[in-house]
Design a protein around this ligand. Sequence first.
Ligand SMILES: [Fe+2]
Length: 485
Amino acid sequence: MILGITGQNHDASMALIDGNQIVWAAHSERYSRYKNDQHINAAMTADMLKYGEPTQVVWFEKPWAKNFRRLYSGQRPWFANPKDELKAAGLGHLPVEYVGHHESHAASGYYTCPYNDATILVVDAIGEWDTVSIWEANGLTMKKRWGKRYPDSFGLFYTAMTQWLGLKPNEEEYILMGMAAYGKPILVEELRETFFSKWGPPDFKLRHNLHRGCLWWEPTTPGTSKFDVAASVQKLTEEYLLETVLVMRSNTISDNLVFAGGVALNCVANSVLARSGIFKNIWIMPNPGDAGSAIGAVAAYTQQSLVWSGPYLGTDIKRNVDVKAVVDDLEAGHVVALANGRAEFGPRALGNRSLLCDPRGADAKGRMNTIKKREQFRPFAPAVLAEHADTYFDMPVAESPYMQFVARCRLPDYLPGICHIDNTSRVQTVTEQDNPVFRNILEEWHKRTGCPMLMNTSLNIKGEPLVNTWEDAERFKYLHNIPVY
Ligand SMILES: [Fe+2]
């Protein structure tokens, strides 16, 4: 068995692979209870060992290249050794191989995708040197065709603007995306002029090294709000991705696009790509950021396709959920916690570590926010029986089991809690195959109420990692006084 590891970045993770089976994969933060923990830990190793004994580690990037780049870019500390990380997590005895950062991203997408060929786009802030890369894959072979290098990085532009808006860089980019719907993209040309000396996607050149942020910048367009800045950053990002994908289309015979890297977490941009129809099919692995590269590192090393059976790959909570009791509580208007089965690998709670409630009525969002303590402007997501999705949402893709796309809601007045200001929702479609227990709950809820969806958000409060074990779930119940199943 081979253990893929990511760490010393912003969200450490591990994945245990046996041949073409992903037997276990998890985020470090779920064990240390420290949000976005950058280090792996012994508790995580102990959970992994329940699923098998690795004989080899593959690290998700090349440390010497990264150290050199960190030295070049003036980052402190510039030197990091993955072997120190492995020792601390009780894995120091294992041999280690290293693969490239973007190669891990590309492999996490391609070797889990349902296609036999694809063209692959990787966009992130920075790994070693690459910031954007384009790959062509056929059968088991994946080849890099084009790359853009640090300090020119589109991801760093988005992250610098996240910081400019007063948000936490490398963590709260999703809030920028949410703010965008409240503004007007009136600064697109100003941003392009100010920050880019060359624009010809996929190629571009930045005027400034945005690794150091851009707090010095002041918009010159009169009457702009922070929301207009967010809308403009988002719009420019969508333009860049769309133009890049158009160029990729003209250079490949494949109908399949695989998108990976931290920028592939931008579900609004993902929907623009899907809706464009430039590629017939699009696959985004549900954990396309660095954490997902624990899987990608192993796949890049073995160059073997992996069986993708879903994102439920982490810590197991073995319980028999009383579906009737869950729906009784939901019908009584309660927010209900569901902590059951294997934890989700990826940023979204998809029914195994979820808070659920009735999405109808004006007070749904308020009730959930009392527990979650989130920004009021952010909507919650709906989990819907897959066959009813089209009735309620204008879906950009046939199925969206991992909440990676947004869709316009057809009945925003009926479902205000799950609609953003622009009447879009980040939809999760649920089939029996995706998640049988969650599906049963949704079916029972639908039978009793006629509503085929529930509000579904992650089982945590803002700033804390997702509940991982049953003990965590009981603590949540005690602190927030909500029923836990
Ligand atoms: Fe990355």
